[in-house]
Unconditional design. Structure first.
Length: 388
C-alpha cells in the first residue's frame, strides 16, 4: 500500500512535536472533515485529557486525513494555544482512513497500536497490561478487540442498535476456541504494530470495509485474535433511521468489497466449516433472502392472505427465538440494556428486517454501479481514491 500512496503523492508529516518512541503503545485516532461537526472542540478536549491521564503508558496520535473543511487548521490552533498532550499528524491528500493509518504505523516505533475513532470514548486502558502479556506470550496472536457499546440519544433507533450490538458481541463466544472473528472493529481494536504493517501491505485501501478486510488479511496470514471485554469502547451510533441506513449501506458495501477481494479465503473457510466460514455462509443466506423477500411476499399474497400471515408469523418467531437464544447464552453482554428491554426485543424483528433489506439492496445497487466485481488494479485505484 505504501508504494501506491507514494505514487499518489500522499505525504505524511508531524505537526509540531513527534513521539519520542519510549512508550510501548500508541492510540491512533484518524479524523476527516470533523471540524464542521458540533462538539469538535469538546472531542479535542476529551482526547487531550485522555492523553494527559495515560501519558505514562501510551501516546495519543490524532491524524488529520486530508480534511478539506478547515479541521487541520482548527487542530493546529488547538495544539498551539493549549497545553497539548496528544501528538498531531497530517496526511494529505485524503488517504481513505486506512492509508492514513498505514502511513502513521510506518512512521512510528511503538510495539502496539490501539485503533479507535474520533467519536469513541475508551474506558479501562489501565487494564491493558493483561492483554499485552497475552500478546507477548503468544506469537500466533495479532491482537484483540474491545467491548463496543453504543450510547447517547434516545428512541427506538438507539434501542435497536444497543440490542444489535449486544447480539453481535454474544456471537463472539462462538469464536473463542478458534480465536477468530470476522471483524476486529476499527474503533475498538489492539494490534501488534509489526503485524498491522504486514496487514496493511496487502490491504486494498478500500474505505467502506477497511477493518473487515484488515481482519481477514490477518487471519489469512495465520494470526489469531481474542475478545478483551475489560476495555470498553463507547461509540456514538446514528440517531435517526435515515442516518442508520446510510451507515449500514456503507458497512454492507464494505462486506461485499471484502468478499470479492477475499472470496477464495471465504470459500475455503466455508468448505472446512470454520466459525468464520459458517457465519459467512449464514450471511449469504440472509442476503439471498433479503433479495428474494419481495418476490416471496408477492407470491404468497397471490396464493392467499393466510399463507402470507403464516410466513410473517414464522419469520417473526424465528427472529425472536434467535434473539432470546443469544441473550441466554451470553447474559453478561446485555447488562447495559436496562431501559425498555422487552420493547426492544419485541420490535427487533421489524427493525432488523427493514434495516437489512434497505441497506443490503442499497449496497448491492452501489456495487453494480461501481462494478466491484472487477479485480483489475485500475479499478481498485478508482475505489481507493474515494474519500469517506
Amino acid at each position: 500500500m505504501l508504494s501506491h500512496l507514494k505514487s499518489r503523492s500522499v505525504k505524511f508529516s508531524w505537526v509540531g512535536r513527534s513521539p519520542e518512541g519510549s512508550k510501548a503503545t500508541a492510540l491512533l485516532v484518524p479524523q476527516y472533515n470533523e471540524g464542521s461537526q458540533e462538539g469538535f472542540r469538546a472531542r479535542l478536549n476529551y482526547f487531550n485529557e485522555f492523553a494527559k491521564q495515560y501519558s505514562e503508558v501510551l501516546d495519543v496520535i490524532m491524524i488529520d486525513d486530508g480534511s478539506t473543511d478547515g479541521s487541520l487548521q482548527e487542530l493546529e490552533a488547538f495544539v498551539s494555544s493549549n497545553p497539548c498532550f496528544f501528538f498531531l499528524a497530517s496526511v494529505a491528500p485524503n488517504a481513505s482512513k486506512v492509508g492514513a493509518l498505514c502511513m502513521t504505523t510506518s512512521s512510528i516505533t511503538h510495539e502496539y497500536i490501539i485503533l479507535s475513532d474520533f467519536d469513541t470514548d475508551i474506558f479501562g486502558i489501565h487494564l491493558l497490561n493483561s492483554s499485552v502479556e497475552k500478546l507477548q506470550n503468544d506469537t500466533s496472536l495479532m491482537g484483540c478487540y474491545f467491548r463496543m457499546l453504543p450510547y447517547g440519544g434516545v428512541g427506538n433507533v438507539l434501542l435497536f442498535q444497543q440490542l444489535e450490538y449486544c447480539l453481535q458481541r454474544s456471537i463472539y463466544k462462538f469464536h473463542q476456541k478458534e480465536k477468530s472473528i470476522r471483524v476486529m472493529p476499527g474503533a475498538a481494536s489492539f494490534y501488534k504494530r509489526k503485524v498491522l504493517n504486514s496487514i496493511y501491505s496487502q490491504h486494498s485501501g478500500l474505505r467502506s470495509g477497511e477493518d473487515r478486510e484488515a481482519t481477514l488479511i490477518g487471519l489469512k496470514l495465520g494470526y489469531k485474535t481474542f475478545y478483551f471485554d475489560d476495555i470498553l469502547a463507547m461509540t456514538r451510533p446514528p440517531q435517526s433511521f435515515n442516518a442508520l441506513i446510510k451507515q449500514r449501506i456503507r458497512w454492507n458495501l464494505g462486506y461485499l468489497e471484502t468478499f470479492v477481494k477475499e472470496r477464495r479465503y471465504y470459500f475455503y473457510e466455508m468448505g472446512r466449516l470454520s466459525k468464520v466460514g459458517v457465519i459467512t455462509f449464514m450471511d449469504i443466506l440472509v442476503v439471498l433472502f433479503m433479495v428474494l423477500c419481495p418476490f416471496i411476499v408477492f407470491g404468497l399474497a397471490i396464493s392467499g392472505l393466510k399463507f402470507l400471515l403464516v410466513f410473517v408469523a414464522v419469520l417473526y418467531i424465528i427472529y425472536i427465538s434467535w434473539v432470546l437464544n443469544l441473550l441466554l447464552l451470553s447474559p453478561e453482554e446485555s447488562k447495559e440494556i436496562k431501559r425498555n428491554r422487552s420493547q426492544s426485543i419485541f420490535l427487533f424483528p421489524f427493525f432488523k428486517i427493514s434495516v437489512d433489506y434497505i441497506s443490503w439492496m442499497g449496497a448491492i445497487i452501489r456495487c453494480v454501479k461501481k462494478n466491484i466485481y472487477s479485480t483489475k488494479g485500475s479499478d481498485r485505484k478508482k475505489f481507493y481514491t474515494e474519500p469517506k
